[in-house]
Design a protein around this ligand. Structure first.
Ligand code: PEP
Length: 252
């Protein structure tokens, strides 16, 4: 059975003490829940990763980074490499988020190199794809996501591709308060799974975790996660409040 996952993308939010408090609140909530059917991943800003690893040792959540360099080491001021993340025992990394594509001009080729370097260092990429609003309005959303997958991750051999988590995040839904409907999410997730099946075979397609992201909250998570091909969520804004995030985890 494929893994159900809820991951929180904190983006560039929280001071050190706020981050510490939120991590403890989530850890406490998870302990009370005794939730074992869903994997929980916290992706705080890089400066808090070490603290997150320390707190996770007493809890059941995993830790992910929000970005990674395509290079393994060297003169790249400000960057953080895959071996550095691996040396902190970071298990996951968000790669290809629409904010990195938009504000940092990351394209599918660069994203593909980041995915590869993460996998080679035993870090599971949470690979994000999704269309912008004009592409959805023009009815091109399936084609756009297909192209993103083909350029960035369908270049991987099966043994590496099967290490990925995919997050479908329609860009028009991120941070807007307008989520994809459960039907829209299911249409895309089933399509992605069909593409994976055609490329890598049914076994890999069936075991692949495909998350939904975009204005997912405690009110709409249940309906989204009840879709057969939606295996959990990548949560932005709603992951910054422990109570809301814990409710989303319970909706899986
Ligand atoms: C995200 O940034 O990955 C995201 C899903 O954001 P939000 O939940 O705030 O729409």
């Amino acid at each position: 059975m494929r893994e159900k996952i809820v991951a929180g993308n904190w983006k560039m939010n929280k001071t050190f003490t706020e981050a510490e408090e939120l991590m403890h609140q989530i850890a406490d909530g998870l302990e009370q829940m005794e939730e074992d059917k869903v994997g929980v991943i916290l992706c705080p800003p890089a400066i808090y990763l070490e603290m997150a690893i320390d707190i996770s040792e007493e809890s059941s959540f995993f830790v992910g980074a929000q970005n990674i360099s395509e290079h393994e080491s060297g003169a790249y001021t400000g960057e953080i490499s895959a071996p550095m993340l691996a040396s902190l025992n970071i298990d996951y990394c968000i790669i290809g988020h629409s904010e990195r594509r938009k504000y940092f001009e990351e394209n599918d080729e660069l994203i593909g190199r980041k995915v590869a370097v993460a996998i080679h260092n035993n870090i599971t990429p949470i690979y994000c794809c999704g269309e912008v609003l004009p592409e959805r309005q023009a009815g091109n959303h399936l084609e756009v996501v297909k192209m993103q997958l083909e350029k960035a991750v369908f270049i991987l051999p099966p043994s590496e591709f099967s290490n990925l988590i995919i997050a479908y995040e329609p860009v028009w839904a991120i941070g807007t308060g307008v989520n994809a409907t459960p039907e829209q999410a299911q249409e895309m997730h089933a399509y992605i799974r069909r593409l994976i099946g055609a490329k890598y075979g049914q076994d890999i397609a069936h075991q692949m975790t495909i998350l939904y992201g975009g204005s997912c909250n405690a009110s709409n998570a249940g309906a989204l996660f009840s879709q057969p091909d939606v295996d959990g969520g990548l949560i932005g804004g709603a992951s910054l409040k422990a109570e809301e995030f814990l409710k989303i985890i319970q909706s899986v």
